[in-house]
Design a protein around this ligand. Structure first.
Ligand code: SF4
Length: 414
């Protein structure tokens, strides 16, 4: 059971805590993923059952703030963004933290200037074996302030076990994401490793397994997504699938099922255990919960959805994708993106840029309440969601006060 962390109070929200606590008490086994509803009268806000900081993010934030507090006279570096949230990272920078690298791996500081007494915090995504070694050679212990999420480490451990048993690793992830780079690095220490981004990549690799693609075609597609020496002829005979923990869990499951089916087709059901390793236990609980809750949120229907989170956050963007299938959806970093009742600035996942849209908040001629669904990524503080709700309420002068809308959760009637 994840423990409670001492996340700084300015990330917390009293009203969100009221709702989350009531839901937890009502359903401690988290079986009911239906959204929580805040009824403001002319406005109804539907909040996903699960959203916001996960275990790994709270752990990383707690480590970062504790390190700063305990080491006022030392230089404190973060290997890269502690999590993909601009407010959290900006606040840490204001308190004196410096970043060693950008999220794409570009160095911002010459590592030769680091001293053994400097502190380097490894973020929740973890880091590569090569960087761990480089820091060690500079006299810095990369494990002393290691905020790598245990669920990411679990994936590394599983990949390593697979390699030791002679299996290759198929890593479902985005090649350039820090976590995938780290997992790839840990995986290829023992296992030939191939990164697939989506089902198209998967189908291509499976075509190769069935002899429908040439080696040239394989290397052309996967040249920069395979470990050194990867031989598709021998390294796709025995495999297991792991993932970047924030990918769509359903997509990882589909990719794993497709490889399993390919192995059965090629080697027969009786030999499946020699050719395919079951790795279902590596899926991250938080990703699964947030995605299931968002699915339930979209199924309950609304006029519009807002997804709150950093624009470079992988898990948040998957929540956006889920919402987009059912309703108009706006991906916003924080409440300041809601310019006014008519205009909203948001990140367009498909164009990969922020843009402004008008008439984001619908007018309803029939007088029924406007319904807005809200969810947030695993790196988004509850306070940010709270502020988004307040901003929306400011456009409804006749809305009930927040305290009244929260009453069912305070009174235990939710
Ligand atoms: S999403 Fe999962 S794996 Fe990633 S930091 Fe959070 S708990 Fe850890």
């Amino acid at each position: 059971m994840p423990r409670q962390f001492d996340v700084p109070s300015f990330y917390r929200s009293e009203s969100v805590a009221v709702i989350k606590t009531a839901r937890k008490l009502d359903d401690p086994r988290k079986k009911n993923v239906a959204p929580s509803v805040l009824d403001f009268g002319p406005l109804r806000i539907k909040l996903a059952r699960h959203f916001g900081f996960c275990f790994g993010v709270e752990n990383a934030i707690e480590i970062a703030y504790r390190v700063l507090e305990e080491n006022p006279n030392k230089r404190v570096y973060l290997l890269s963004e502690v999590i993909h949230n601009p407010q959290v990272n900006a606040d840490l920078v204001e308190r004196g933290v410096r970043f060693l690298m950008q999220t794409d791996g570009t160095r911002l500081v010459d590592f030769k200037t680091l001293k053994p007494e400097d502190i380097v915090i490894v973020p929740a995504f973890g880091t590569t074996v090569e960087l761990q070694k480089e820091l060690s050679e500079l006299g810095i212990d990369p494990y002393q302030y290691d905020a790598t999420c245990p669920f990411v480490e679990k994936v590394w451990k599983r990949a390593s076990e697979l390699g030791k048993k002679g299996f290759s690793v198929i890593l479902h992830g985005k090649r350039t994401h820090e976590e995938t780079r780290a997992t790839f690095s840990h995986s290829y220490q023992t296992a030939p490793t191939l990164i697939v981004f989506n089902m198209e990549d998967t189908e291509f690799a499976i075509d190769y397994i069935h002899g429908k693609k040439t080696r040239e075609e394989f290397f052309e597609r996967f040249g920069n997504s395979i470990s050194v020496g990867f031989d598709p002829d021998s390294d796709l005979e025995k495999l297991g699938v792991v993932n970047q923990t924030t990918m769509l869990a359903t997509e990882t499951k589909a990719i794993a099922a497709a490889f399993r089916a390919a192995m059965i087709e090629k080697y027969g059901e009786d030999s499946i255990k020699s050719h395919y390793a079951d790795t279902r236990d590596t899926l991250c609980y938080a990703t699964y919960e947030n995605q299931s809750a968002t699915r339930s949120l979209t199924e309950s229907g609304s006029d519009v959805a807002l997804v709150v989170g950093g624009y470079n956050s992988s898990n948040t963007s998957h929540l956006v994708e889920l919402c987009e299938t059912k309703m108009p959806t706006f991906y916003i970093r924080d409440e300041s993106e809601i310019i006014d009742r008519d205009t909203i600035r948001h990140f367009d996942l498909h164009q990969k840029q922020t843009r402004e849209s008008t008439q984001w908040l619908p007018e309803k001629a029939d007088g029924t309440p406007i319904e807005i669904s809200i969810t947030a990524g695993a790196s988004c503080p509850d306070r940010a969601v709270d502020k988004v709700i307040s901003r929306i309420c400011s456009f409804f002068p006749n809305a009930r006060p927040l305290d009244e809308a929260l009453a069912p959760y305070r009174d235990g009637n939710n």
